[in-house]
Design a protein around this ligand. Structure first.
Ligand SMILES: Nc1ncnc2c1ncn2[C@@H]1O[C@H](COP(=O)(O)OP(=O)(O)O)[C@@H](O)[C@H]1O
Ligand SMILES: [Mg+2]
Length: 245
């Protein structure tokens, strides 16, 4: 079993407060791994560290066996890691097409310049827009899109990067149940063959989507396992799942 992402004893302090206290996490290549935990547990902070937006106080982030701790986001992108943020990174003034095309171009900066004028980029753009179900709206400005479509476009930006490992932080936040279900099936379809680490609040969705789940409570991973194992874990139930309505 090959490891895509490995976190070794990650800690993070803000002033005197220790938010992450020695996080250990292994995401296998090609698996869908969900990170769950109560509000304030440190999930977004951990994503910031993995994605190179902030440094850990100590510990290491390994990507495909290489230590990438502290590398900036654009260098991680070249090593095959993409992140979709809790807040949107879409350019609202640009069309759907131009948003995706920019992301495709950005991720293929190393391609020979002669390809840029050709339709290689256009075909790739088309493929991503089809995958996220926005073909009919590709000439519209992103500002026209409703919330769910905007999040789909956000997912498209991550897919356009062609990264093999994706970090998705609460991709269904702010959606109603129907939109959330559609978004998750879109994620399931479009990320086949990729490695996924996803933070998601909707437990039903998590248990349906994830191959494995890790539970972060008070800055530590208290359990990792299959959905069945996590559902049956007494420590998880008392620390977290028992609090669910
Ligand atoms: N830049 C920061 N400075 C100080 N405290 C922070 C900062 N970012 C996050 N925190 C704190 O860290 C804790 C974990 O936050 P976060 O990672 O957003 O949790 P989660 O995503 O699990 O809800 C919270 O108590 C939050 O207030
Ligand atoms: Mg968060």
């Amino acid at each position: 079993m090959t490891t895509a992402l490995e976190l070794r004893q990650i800690t993070k302090r803000f002033g005197a407060t220790e938010i992450l206290r020695g996080v250990e996490l292994t995401v296998r290549q090609g698996e869908r791994h969900a990170l769950i935990g109560p509000n304030g547990a440190g999930k977004s902070t951990l994503f910031d560290i993995i994605a190179g937006r902030t440094l850990p106080s100590s510990g290491h982030v390994m990507l495909n066996g290489t230590d990438v701790t502290g590398l900036p986001a654009h260098r991680l992108g070249r090593k095959g890691l993409a992140r979709s943020f809790q807040t949107s990174s879409v350019f609202t003034g640009l069309s759907v097409w131009d948003n995706i095309r920019c992301a495709v171009l950005g991720s293929h900066a190393s391609w020979p310049a002669r390809w840029f004028g050709s339709n290689v980029i256009d075909r790739e753009t088309q493929r991503v827009i089809e995958a996220i179900g926005l073909t009919e709206r590709s000439s519209e400005p992103a500002s026209n899109l409703g919330y769910a479509a905007l999040r789909a476009l956000d997912l498209g930006l991550a897919l356009a990067s062609d990264a093999s490992t994706l970090l998705l932080d609460e991709p269904t936040a702010g959606m109603n149940r129907l939109e959330a279900a559609q978004a998750l099936s879109l994620i399931r379809e479009t990320t086949k063959g990729k490695t996924l680490l996803i933070v998601e609040h909707d437990m039903e969705a998590v248990f349906a989507l994830a191959d494995r789940i890790s539970v972060l409570v008070q800055g530590r991973v208290i359990a990792t396992g299959t959905p069945d194992e996590i559902a049956a874990d007494p420590g998880v139930r008392s620390a977290y799942l028992g609090d669910e309505p």
